[in-house]
Design a protein around this ligand. Structure first.
Ligand code: ZN
Length: 394
């Protein structure tokens, strides 16, 4: 095993807590802050990979361990050469641990020290997910960034509940680290690259996750204990799960400045365009969220002037694009009137086009954020961006 790191991260621009960086993975460079489109079951829904790669220039997408493990199963993906080959995506992939999806099953799961037992939403069979199983599945998928298996406390968890969850997460983080290292030594990572151009090792990277619900002292302690184990990057988990928005920002304010400056920081499952800007201002580098894809399929567009619902009858004869300042191919070609018609008639193209525009808007926003930080204009950009979002009045 090489002594080189699986990823490198360097900060190339900074303004207040906000930072612009370059994350080098075994499958290419990623400029940060970055938004990662979510490819739940091996597909960023309603989006072709050509569009993701060429038009949208997404550098990294996310895959869900829980969904892929249940269907088609890790054996199938391993037999097909790993997740990159299976889905036809040559760029970087991050996989979550499955912990959050299983946690979201609520009454259908049982958490013990060993792991989580649950009923599959696919066929009702009894399944068991643990740090070891999650690491094995993620090695089989061969993603470039692997997430540690954690336990998420509810957003409004009491101090005692959040403390117990944090302790379990710390023990699971250690088990994740141990199993991950063992799998790397055994060569079980199906995505291993023998030859990489940059100074990285070709192996998978492992990120740790900070928990602690809405309690500042616990967030600090969770970070400390996660850093003691040592990971290639650090994520803030368990936010945007039912707590007040003000609590989320309080937690990010508390923890982000204490995270290692030389490692990427990832805020999991967040959020709206304004959330991304606000989190970047607090020092976060990486994001994922289903909003642009999920809302695209239900007729909601994100624009520079706020949300736009294509169902609205006011667009019936409107020849303007979704967003007059959007350079995406959908906005160059189609009117609100046409998109509304597609949606009203249940045409699948409606979801495809809206998803494309939404992803373009999220990715383009992050591109502009990076430029603003590098040129020292981020505070102005932030103010103007947030002001403009409230203009649509929807
Ligand atoms: Zn557009």
């Amino acid at each position: 095993m090489s002594s080189k790191s699986p990823i490198t991260f360097s900060v190339v621009g900074r303004e207040g807590e906000a930072r612009a960086g370059i994350l080098t993975t075994r499958r290419g460079l990623i400029e940060t802050p970055v938004f990662m489109p979510v490819g739940t079951a091996g597909t960023v829904k309603a989006t072709r990979f050509e569009a993701l790669e060429e038009e949208l220039d997404a550098r990294i997408i996310l895959g869900n361990t829980y969904h892929l493990w249940l269907r088609p199963g890790v054996d199938v993906i391993r037999a097909c050469g790993g997740l990159h080959r299976f889905i036809g995506w040559p760029r970087a992939l991050l996989t979550d641990s499955g912990g959050f999806q299983v946690w979201s099953l609520g009454a259908l799961r049982k958490i013990t020290e060993e792991g989580t037992e649950f009923r599959s939403h696919v066929d009702g069979s009894l399944r068991f997910l643990s740090p070891e199983v999650s690491m094995e599945v993620q090695a089989g998928l061969g993603s470039d960034i692997v997430m540690a298996f954690d336990e998420c406390a509810p957003g409004k968890a009491t101090h005692a509940q959040a403390r117990a969850s944090l302790e379990l997460t710390a023990r699971w983080a250690r088990r994740s680290r141990g199993k991950f290292d063992e799998l790397q030594r055994e060569g079980r990572d199906t995505g291993f690259l023998e030859k990489v151009e940059q100074q990285v090792s070709g192996a998978q990277a492992l990120f740790g996750i900070v928990q602690g619900a809405g309690h500042r002292d616990l967030r600090r302690e969770s970070l400390q204990r996660t850093m003691e184990i040592g990971f290639d990057g650090y994520a803030i988990g368990g936010l945007s799960v039912g707590e007040e928005k003000s609590v989320m920002w309080e937690m990010v304010d508390e923890v982000a400045p204490l995270m290692p400056t030389e490692s990427p920081r990832y805020l999991m499952g967040v959020g709206t365009p304004e959330d991304l800007i606000e989190a970047v201002a607090r020092g976060v580098d990486m994001f994922d969220c289903v909003l642009p894809t999920r809302n695209g399929r239900t007729g909601q567009a994100f624009t520079s002037r706020g949300k736009l619902n294509v169902k609205n009858s006011q667009w019936a004869e409107d020849r303007r694009p979704l967003d007059e300042s959007c350079p995406c191919s959908v906005c160059q070609r189609h009117s609100r009137a046409y998109l509304r018609h597609l949606h009203q008639t249940g045409e699948m193209l409606a979801g495809i086009l809206l998803t494309h525009h939404n992803l373009a808007f999220f990715l383009d926003t992050m591109r502009r954020v990076r430029q603003a930080i590098r040129s020292g204009d981020f505070p102005k950009f932030r103010r103007e961006f947030i002001e403009r979002l409230s203009e649509s009045g929807e």
